[in-house]
Design a protein around this ligand. Sequence first.
Ligand SMILES: NC(=O)c1ccc[n+]([C@@H]2O[C@H](COP(=O)([O-])OP(=O)(O)OC[C@H]3O[C@@H](n4cnc5c(N)ncnc54)[C@H](OP(=O)(O)O)[C@@H]3O)[C@@H](O)[C@H]2O)c1
Length: 255
Amino acid sequence: MSASRAILVTGASSGIGRAVALRFAAPGVELHLSARDPRALELVLEDVRARGAAAHAHALDLLDAASIAALARTLRDVPLAVLVNNAGAAESAPFLRTDDALFERMLAINCTGPFRLTRALLPQLLAHGADAAIVCVASTAAKVGAPYVAAYTAAKHGLLGWMRSLAAEVAKKGLRVNAVCPGYVATPMTERTLANIQAKTGGTREQALEAILASSPQRRLVEPEEVAALVHFLASREARSIHGQALAVDGGATS
Ligand SMILES: NC(=O)c1ccc[n+]([C@@H]2O[C@H](COP(=O)([O-])OP(=O)(O)OC[C@H]3O[C@@H](n4cnc5c(N)ncnc54)[C@H](OP(=O)(O)O)[C@@H]3O)[C@@H](O)[C@H]2O)c1
């Protein structure tokens, strides 16, 4: 990679985003990492720099349009080649208890926020030329429905919707746009899901894990590094004919 290959990874302080940042970290790469709390990025910055990459931390709250605009201003002169829209959040509730605030929060962080960020950074990505790429971290919830996650599911379906439309719009301009759709991944988000199930059912962590893995033929959690490897590939020249796709990394859950 050339020294001008700058990469922005949102939600890089934890889980999949951290694994993505480490996967891209190499000499000659300039990584821009964001989270709401940039202090939470300190350890990731250290690990990324230890691999020879330049690294910068940025505060970003995808629930706040002003925060998105501020990050875009900060990155105005960065020759951005890759945008990884990874940050997201998952809250669950039965359909009848999914109030407007929960529904709007899920849309804002998982769909509207990444849309706004992508729109703000699109001119830079288009200017970069043929090896520029956007990869969105969606979910199996972008492809199929499941109980208690109507808001998250609607938001991730929406994320795929604008991703596909953008892909159609920019296809001739060289920028590639894709998404990955993980099943349950071994990250703090999944640990919170397991704790939530335990609190509701009174069962053990093992029982909660068995319940969430029932939908996966492989019956195991995906490792964040597996998702990161696919994100890295989709951003590479080897993937130059892959465009507008939503690729599952889910042990066969949506096969
Ligand atoms: N874990 C899974 O099983 C799974 C499965 C399918 C898809 N996914 C998707 O994968 C992505 C990463 O998930 P993960 O499991 O790695 O989650 P995680 O461990 O909870 O990490 C989430 C990251 O997003 C950031 N973030 C949270 N709220 C934010 C906000 N409002 N604005 C900006 N950044 C925010 C967090 O940092 P701060 O808290 O400091 O902001 C953190 O860096 C998400 O889009 C998620 O929907 C996860």
